[in-house]
Design a protein around this ligand. Sequence first.
Ligand SMILES: C[S@@+](CC[C@H](N)C(=O)[O-])C[C@H]1O[C@@H](n2cnc3c(N)ncnc32)[C@H](O)[C@@H]1O
Length: 347
Amino acid sequence: MTGPARREERLDPERFPIDDKRVYDAYIAGRKSAAIAAAVRAGLFDLLAGGACSFGHIQSEMGWSLRGTRSMLDALVALGFVEVLADGFTASADAAAYLTRGAEGSLWGLVDMEVDSFLSPAALLEALTKDKATVYGGEDPWAAHEADPVKARAFTAAMHSVSERPAAGVAERLDLTSARRLLDVGGGSGALSIALAKANPELECVIWDIPAVCPIANEYVQAAGCEGRVRSQPGDMFAEDYPTGFDTVLLSQILHDWSFDTGAGLVAKAFAALPPGGRIVIHEKLVEDDDSGPLANQLVHLDMLVWTEGQQYRVSELTDLLERGGFTHVERLRTAGYWSVVHGLKP
Ligand SMILES: C[S@@+](CC[C@H](N)C(=O)[O-])C[C@H]1O[C@@H](n2cnc3c(N)ncnc32)[C@H](O)[C@@H]1O
């Protein structure tokens, strides 16, 4: 044979006129999250963040097969979360910062929870038809946390890892120097309260959450050394009026858990509990009004479908909600990364 065995032009360019790469890339995205979640659960990034490791050492520490170790390392190197050095494999800077256990602001808890509560196509299909939280087989997630301390702890750890870094962004951007007492409704681990108390030395915060979460929140508060000014208080934001005596009410990632109508009820309760001049602060990953993104925030709709009764908000939906609830001077403030607060004053 002479000459190259290659044609310069496709035989039938009309046959597949549209590029398939965007579809293919969306299809493989689940492999990316499966790979990092499995590596996080196995402790691979914790191992590699400690210094370069040989292939053999990784295989023996992980307890993986030869083929498994090779496949996983190939995938993670391709994704850029593992780097190959002359003396072995190491974690990339972002994997070491955000995929290891215990690092401040790490997303470890969130990614680790994917192993047990993965947003799979099957889970999504079920949620689409049932229109209720399906993540725990149809059980109300908050009732499940109340009944099972292991679930409550895993969820609160996941929320802490979601919120720790954004909380620092709120503390940097939102001026609460005149605030003295903040009620953190559904405050979870207290990530927001801790960051705000640290940034505002005269601020006291109360994390108001279901009874199962309060002792867990206390552990986070203690670990942060904030026991003097941050404490938890068990309660039920639906069955009870909000506690009074607070000049600031914070709802971080609460409204997205509930329908728009239920959200309006939660805002009304905040309005009733605040004194004139008091401030409401809503912290969310908002979708822009022209639906231009960010994609990460738009996809929160799907997480909410599987986990909750809610959906993510657009900026104007949240602004309207506060204005209809009687709040004035309503303003959207971008804080960190994908995050914003919308805040307003009770006249
Ligand atoms: C999505 S998490 C947000 C946690 C925290 N605010 C943050 O941003 O990290 C929702 C929180 O609402 C709490 N929650 C659910 N139902 C509640 C209720 N009826 N009363 C008080 N808190 C509740 C949950 O336990 C959980 O901690």
